[in-house]
Write a protein that binds this ligand. Structure first.
Ligand code: DX5
Ligand code: ZN
Length: 221
């Protein structure tokens, strides 16, 4: 399986964001994961539209924006204007999940849906036909650097099975949280084809080597 790696900017050095972006692009990142947090849906605040818009000017990487925001429909227009290519939101945060998916598509972006570790995967599956991406969280959303929850691999397998039944081989099936070269194999084995990694890449000396090791582990796993 062709594995995409989406480094999470949350673990980058925010004093040198532009430079970090250039380095990660040169190191073979397939996309860039941008975590937007509102301090309400999750107990942390990260960055928002002005940062995304500024980064958009210096990069042509696919911007894979993961929003941890209550009532996400309020921000879809702004995310499109800021230059997001895809937006992934939490089903727990939205009153009308289908309406958010429609709004993302209307604004010309790819739609992704995700869920907290404690939320059953059955709540996500009905939306699969309308999604370009499904994200399985392998940590409680809000912070980088937490430990991978291996029991979430059942959700990955369930989504992979449903996607296959729907003939949706092109679905991006993403895993986010605690992914590194030692946990990527389990993700690949369960059927994931897109891995987010923050602390396992940024802050390390060799971005290219870390990305390649995660990709190789997922392919071998
Ligand atoms: C957590 C974020 C993740 C985070 C991952 O809420 O969604 O994208 O940056 O960080 P690591 O890879 O360090 O677990
Ligand atoms: Zn994320």
């Amino acid at each position: 399986m062709n594995i995409k790696v989406s480094p999470s900017l949350l673990a980058a050095d925010f004093a040198r964001l532009g430079q970090e972006l250039k380095e990660i692009e040169a190191a073979g990142a397939d996309m860039l994961h941008l975590d937007v947090m509102d301090g309400v849906f999750v107990p942390n605040i990260s960055f928002g539209m002005p940062v995304i818009a500024s980064l958009r000017k210096v990069s042509s990487l696919y911007f894979d924006v993961h929003i941890m925001i209550t009532d996400p429909i309020r921000y879809i227009d702004d995310l499109a204007k800021a230059g997001a290519d895809g937006v992934t939101f939490h089903l727990e945060a939205a009153e009308d999940v289908g309406a958010v998916i429609d709004r993302i598509h209307d604004r010309g972006m790819k739609a992704g849906l995700t869920l907290r570790p404690g939320t059953p995967v059955e709540r996500l599956l009905p939306y699969l036909p309308r999604l370009e991406l499904a994200l399985v969280m392998t940590v409680e959303p809000g912070f980088g650097g937490q430990s991978f929850l291996p029991e979430m691999m059942d959700k990955v397998s369930a989504i992979r099975q449903s996607a296959e039944a729907l003939g949706k081989g092109e679905l991006l099936l993403q895993v986010d949280g605690g992914v590194d070269r030692s946990t990527a194999g389990a993700c690949g084995a369960a059927g994931a084809n897109c891995l987010v990694a923050g602390s396992a890449i940024f802050g390390k000396a060799d971005y290219r080597g870390e990305i390649a090791a995660i990709r190789a582990a997922a392919q071998g796993g």
